[in-house]
Design a protein. Structure first.
Length: 202
């Protein structure tokens, strides 16, 4: 059983922590040495959903090591947190160092609902109507002082399994060419499609 997060008893998780506890880790395809898992990520570490009190636990300090976050007020954080939680499609996951009460790693799984692929599949002679969905992993980052502890691997493997648990028909992520070999370890393939974008502001 995964230990409960320490701290504010009123801290609300973005999603049900039991989703992480119920993952079938035997389906993990990546080797960890030493062995770690969502239930046992390392000494004094816990892997859990982002909580509403994590703005005070260094969440943005970690996230800023990946991209510019700007200055986010508690009110802005709470509004965005509640929006993401109420949608049911955001699975922001963190690793907390309980010895200091600080977030040291994070990654996000986003669920996209689709009309494509007939929104159904057959199981035996039974046609099952699905809310077809695709998973997307974003914002994987580990705090500088905790790199080398396999936490990026752990978060990626955990969210990949979680997307399968949530019945996604596929999962995607974006990465730099230098990181392709890393993500292939998790079973990801390079798409023939080109990634294109427009940036409207920084």
């Amino acid at each position: 059983m995964m230990p409960a997060a320490k701290g504010d008893l009123n801290s609300i998780p973005m999603y049900d922590p039991r989703l992480l506890q119920d993952l079938d880790w035997s389906q993990n395809t990546v080797t960890f040495s030493p062995a770690i898992s969502p239930a046992d990520p390392g000494d004094r570490l816990i892997l859990r959903p982002l909580c509403s009190a994590d703005i005070n636990r260094g969440f943005f300090k970690v996230l800023s090591q990946l991209t510019e976050t700007g200055v986010v007020s508690p009110e802005q954080f709470t509004k965005t947190f509640e929006l993401m939680k109420s949608s049911g499609d955001y699975y922001v996951t963190v690793v907390e160092d309980t010895s200091v009460g600080q977030i040291v790693a994070t990654a996000t799984l986003i669920i996209e609902h689709k009309f494509t692929h007939s929104c159904a599949k057959e199981k035996g002679n039974i046609l099952i109507i699905l809310s077809l969905q695709r998973g997307r992993i974003e914002d994987v980052v580990v705090s500088g002082e905790c790199r080398g502890k396999q936490l990026g691997k752990l978060l990626t493997s955990t969210l990949t399994l979680l997307s399968k648990r949530l019945n996604c028909y596929k999962i995607t992520l974006e990465c730099l060419p230098k990181n392709v070999a890393f993500y292939k370890k998790f079973g990801y393939s390079v798409s023939e499609e080109n990634y294109m974008y427009q940036r409207f502001f920084n």
